[in-house]
Design a protein around this ligand. Sequence first.
Ligand code: PEP
Ligand code: MN
Length: 269
Amino acid sequence: MGSLTIKNITIGDGSLVVIAGPCSIENREQLLEIGRSVKNAGAVILRGGAFKPRTSPYSFQGLGEEGLKYMKEAGAETGLLTVSEVMDSPEIELVASYVDILQIGSRNMDNFSLLRKVGKSGHPVMLKRGYMSTIEEFLLAAEYILKEGNRNVILCERGIRTFEKLTRNTLDLSAVPIIKKMSDLPIIVDPSHGTGRVDAVVPMSKAALAAGADGLMIEVHPNPRKAMSDGQQTLDYDAFGSMMDELRSLNAFLHHQYAAVSQAKMSAV
Ligand code: PEP
Ligand code: MN
């Protein structure tokens, strides 16, 4: 119950599913390098925005189709599945021709005509919670996709806007157990957008797994300070690698394979 298989990846079966990659695809070489690095660290899906929903129209808007070509190449080279955002319905088939999963971002969660269209398309969809939406509204938005006969839906909790100013959003981890109870769909957590702070990403990733999340989405960049978007919430390769080591042990513990893990460690010494 609650699992979904896309190609060779099952989400919701207790395995550690981590989606990682840059906020925005910046150039070909960098994306290929990020793909190899996150794959090495244990990620199974590569993320990267080509059509970017930016608060300011003067900020970098993404590379568009050119970026999607690099995603396809990085996916083919590394064997990672790929996910990228669709902002508007004319882009659905274009984005789907390059990546495995279509992301519907927070700002479009209640764009019902877009939801119906990605539903009709049949392509796997990762639906992010609207930053002003209740859990019930989030689940009803997913229903718009399901109602069109598309069951390939992953939910993503990414935080909601509150009065708190020290975080970009308030990451609502209580949504995870509640959604697990109310829905059959897998739910992952995005602590990068959910907190907007690099120092909060690792602890909130652990908390998300402990709360029952089926996976995580993490922004990773070789040099976060130089990233074209969201550097303040982005891990570098080293931080991502060590977080993945910790998450593997935690996930094994949470899924009752702790004895097997510690035994393997003991026999290695
Ligand atoms: C993203 O994941 O690239 C993104 C823009 O996130 P959100 O829609 O949650 O703001
Ligand atoms: Mn981002």
